[in-house]
Design a protein around this ligand. Structure first.
Ligand SMILES: Nc1ncnc2c1ncn2[C@@H]1O[C@H](COP(=O)(O)OP(=O)(O)OP(=O)(O)O)[C@@H](O)[C@H]1O
Ligand SMILES: [Mg+2]
Length: 301
C-alpha cells in the first residue's frame, strides 16, 4: 500500500496544527484522497504488534440482529496506550467491552472470533471471568466509586482476590495504589470518609487506584475524562502517561487532542469496522483512509 502523504494544498496562512495534527479540513480538501475507494472492512495499517498483550482476530459482535462489530482484528501492545476513536455508535465501547468479556453481561449480545490475552483464549470455558476482569481492569466514563470509604474502595479488589495476607500489607497496597493514582496527598487524612464525597476528578483517580490495586495487566478506559474539567483531565492524562510504563492501556476517547497526547497507537472505527490503525503521529498527520481523514479534520462525526 502506498505510504505517501495525501496532497495538502498550500493555502493561506499556517495550517491549524494542534498537537501535531492538522485540524483544518480546508487545508486538506484539495482533491479526493488517494485511498478514497478503499472498501470498509479492510483495515489499513498494521493490526499486529510485536509481543502483544491482546491479540484479537475476526471479532464480531451482534446485539440481536444488530451487527455492531464486524471482523475486527487488532492487537494491543504492552507498555503502550492504544486510542480508539470514531463517530458515536461506531462500536468503540462494544469492542473495548469484548476485551474483559463485559458484553457477556448484556442480554442478547453475542461475541465471536478469537481474543487471546497473553496467548490464552479469553473465551476458554475453563477461564474464570472474575480473574479475567481482575487482569483486565476497566475505568468508565462516569466515575463510579462504591458507596464505601476511600480505603475500602481501594481495598475491595485485593480482599476479593485474596491478594494480601495481613492488614499491614493491605494498608501498604492501598497507600501505593493511591500514590500511583496521584490521589494520596489529597486523601491520606480522610481515608475513612466516603469515596462518593470526593470531587469528580478525585473520584476518577480513586477508580483508577481501585483498578490498579489488583495489579491488572491491562487497563481499559472508556472516555475516562469526558465528565471532567480540563485540570482534572490533565491530571488523568499525566497519570495515563505514567501508568503505561507498567500497564497496557486501551482508551476510548472523543477528543482527538487527547488521543494525540496520550497514545502511541490509534485505531479508527467506523460503523463497526476497524478502518485504519497505526502510529498515532502518522494517523493524525498522514491518515491513509478518506474516512479517517474526514473524521480527524472534523468533516464527519
Ligand atoms: N446493549 C445494547 N443493545 C443493543 N444495541 C447496542 C447495545 N449497546 C450498543 N449497541 C449498538 O451497537 C452499536 C455500537 O455501540 P457502542 O456503544 O459500542 O458505540 P460507541 O462507538 O461506543 O459510541 P459512543 O461514542 O456514542 O459511546 C450502536 O449502534 C449501538 O446502538
Ligand atoms: Mg461508547
Amino acid at each position: 500500500m502506498n505510504e505517501s502523504s495525501p496532497s495538502i494544498a498550500p493555502t493561506g496562512p499556517a495550517p491549524a496544527v494542534v498537537a501535531g495534527m492538522n485540524l483544518r479540513p480546508a487545508a486538506r480538501a484539495a482533491g479526493p484522497s488517494h485511498l478514497e475507494g478503499t472498501p470498509i472492512g479492510q483495515t489499513i495499517g498494521t493490526v499486529t504488534v510485536v509481543d502483544p498483550v491482546f491479540s484479537c482476530r475476526d471479532v464480531n459482535v451482534h446485539y440481536g440482529a444488530k451487527h455492531a462489530i464486524k471482523n475486527v482484528s487488532l492487537d494491543v501492545g504492552k507498555r503502550q496506550v492504544l486510542a480508539m476513536i470514531g463517530p458515536s455508535g461506531c462500536g468503540k465501547s462494544t469492542f473495548l467491552r469484548c476485551l474483559n468479556r463485559m458484553n457477556d453481561t448484556i442480554a442478547g449480545a453475542r461475541v465471536t472470533g478469537q481474543i487471546l490475552l497473553d496467548g490464552q483464549d479469553i473465551h476458554d470455558p475453563q477461564r474464570d471471568v472474575v480473574q479475567l476482569r481482575a487482569r483486565v481492569g476497566m475505568v468508565f466514563q462516569k466515575p463510579n466509586p462504591f458507596p464505601k470509604s476511600i480505603y475500602d474502595n481501594v481495598a475491595f479488589g485485593p480482599r476479593l482476590h485474596g491478594l494480601v495476607r495481613s492488614r499491614s500489607d493491605l494498608d501498604e497496597l492501598v497507600c501505593t495504589s493511591l500514590q500511583r493514582a496521584g490521589l494520596w496527598d489529597e486523601v491520606k487524612d480522610r481515608l475513612t470518609q466516603s469515596g462518593t464525597g470526593l470531587s469528580g476528578g478525585q473520584q476518577q483517580r480513586l477508580c483508577i487506584a481501585r483498578t490498579i490495586a489488583v495489579k491488572p495487566h491491562v487497563i481499559l478506559m472508556d472516555e475516562p475524562c469526558s465528565a471532567l474539567d480540563p485540570i482534572a483531565t490533565a491530571r488523568i492524562e499525566d497519570l495515563i502517561d505514567e501508568l503505561k510504563e507498567s500497564f497496557a492501556i486501551a482508551i476510548v476517547t472523543h477528543s482527538m487532542q487527547q488521543a494525540a497526547r496520550v497514545s502511541q497507537r490509534t485505531a479508527y472505527f467506523h460503523m463497526g469496522s476497524l478502518v485504519e490503525v497505526g502510529e498515532t503521529d502518522r494517523i493524525f498527520t498522514n491518515p491513509r483512509h478518506r474516512l479517517t481523514e474526514d473524521y480527524i479534520t472534523g468533516r464527519f462525526g
